[in-house]
Design a protein around this ligand. Structure first.
Ligand SMILES: [Zn+2]
Length: 336
């Protein structure tokens, strides 16, 4: 674990106060679920909370103290009573294996060594199958209660209700644009303001967009939509061929952008507030595009986009997929 400090966390003020109060009052529950979209800081909050719960200076005002034996060995990554479980994210379909939970089950039977309790973090907890979840449930219910569990998930609906019901659930909201902007500026990211708009309330997603040219892909895909009805077949094939030489995820991002633009088109001639938009900074261009399309066009284009997103999961030839999608999209844009 790197250095830890509550002030590093962006946003989530109320939830953090609630967590710190529980730690201070020594009534932090034995099992909690941190739930919320990916990339908003849940893991970091869980790590700092674990450090605070393990800290030896537990009467100090500001936990974790960062100086005691426990805090120091956490920073060094050698704390014997801090245990993390997470899937192997290099796999195509990352899972937390039953063996990982069985090892955990043995671990919690041993007395803590350095602190008066053991902290267990289970990240991406939704990556446990039902067998693993049931096994974990039994572990959480072990009577001696020397371990505390923090389950972190961006997909709580995949956790068994029996498991959820044994945990206190803390929901973390999406971050505000302002939060994300300041997070990006802290990291020295360019175009922080624009990226914040399209990051869906997730700093992790914002960082990914910044690193992967997210703004450029958004601009390219909007320009494509703006020109779509005028493009001839040759131009469509050219764009398709260009895109197909890049990683599949680039085109996937195109389709996600197109889906969001189409959804914005449905509301652009209403008085609806900015925070309902995916791309409120582009409203003027969207309005122009909306003037060229009827509702039938927009809905059929949405259908085609959903369909291509489904087909992208197959092994079909990428260039053919892209070209046929573009042609159907152009057809959809011309329905009277
Ligand atoms: Zn400490």
């Amino acid at each position: 674990m790197e250095q830890f400090n509550w002030s590093e966390i962006i946003g989530h003020k109320n939830k953090i106060n609630q967590i710190r109060e529980m730690i201070k009052a020594k009534n932090f529950p034995n099992a909690v679920i941190f739930s919320g979209v990916a990339g908003i800081g849940k893991r970091k909050i869980a790590e700092i909370a674990a450090a605070a719960l393990l800290c030896e200076n537990d009467d100090a005002d500001n936990l974790p103290c960062g100086e005691c034996n426990s805090c120091r060995s956490l920073i060094a990554g050698t704390h014997p009573d801090y245990y993390t479980v997470e899937p192997d994210r290099s796999k195509a379909n990352p899972m937390i294996k039953i063996d990982q939970i069985r090892s955990l089950q043995k671990e919690v039977l041993v007395m803590p060594i350095l602190s008066d309790k053991r902290m267990v973090l289970i990240d991406d907890a939704e990556c446990m199958n039902n067998v693993s979840q049931n096994c974990l449930l039994k572990t959480i219910e072990e009577p001696q209660g020397l371990s505390k569990f923090i389950l972190i998930t961006s997909n709580r609906s995949r956790l068994l209700l029996t498991l959820q019901s044994r945990c206190m659930i803390i929901n973390f909201e999406r971050l505000t644009e302002e939060n994300i902007k300041s997070g990006l500026i802290n990291r020295g990211t360019e175009n922080a303001e624009k990226i914040a708009i399209i990051s869906n309330g997730s700093l992790g997603q914002a960082i990914g967009l910044a690193e992967n040219d997210g703004l450029q892909i958004r601009e390219d895909s909007l320009k494509f939509l703006e020109n779509l009805s005028k493009l001839n077949n040759e131009e469509i094939f050219q764009t398709g061929q260009q895109l197909s030489t890049q990683p599949k995820d680039i085109f996937r991002d195109w389709t996600i952008n197109i889906q969001k633009f189409l959804r914005d088109l449905l509301i652009v001639d209403t008085e609806i507030e900015n925070n309902y938009y995916y791309n409120h900074d582009l409203k003027k261009r969207l309005q122009k595009l909306r003037d060229k399309l009827n509702l039938k066009n927009i809905f059929e284009m949405m259908n085609q986009t959903t369909e291509i997103q489904r087909r992208l999961n197959s092994n079909a030839n990428l260039e053919l997929l892209i070209e046929s999608f573009f042609i159907r999209l152009r057809q959809a844009a011309k329905i009277k």
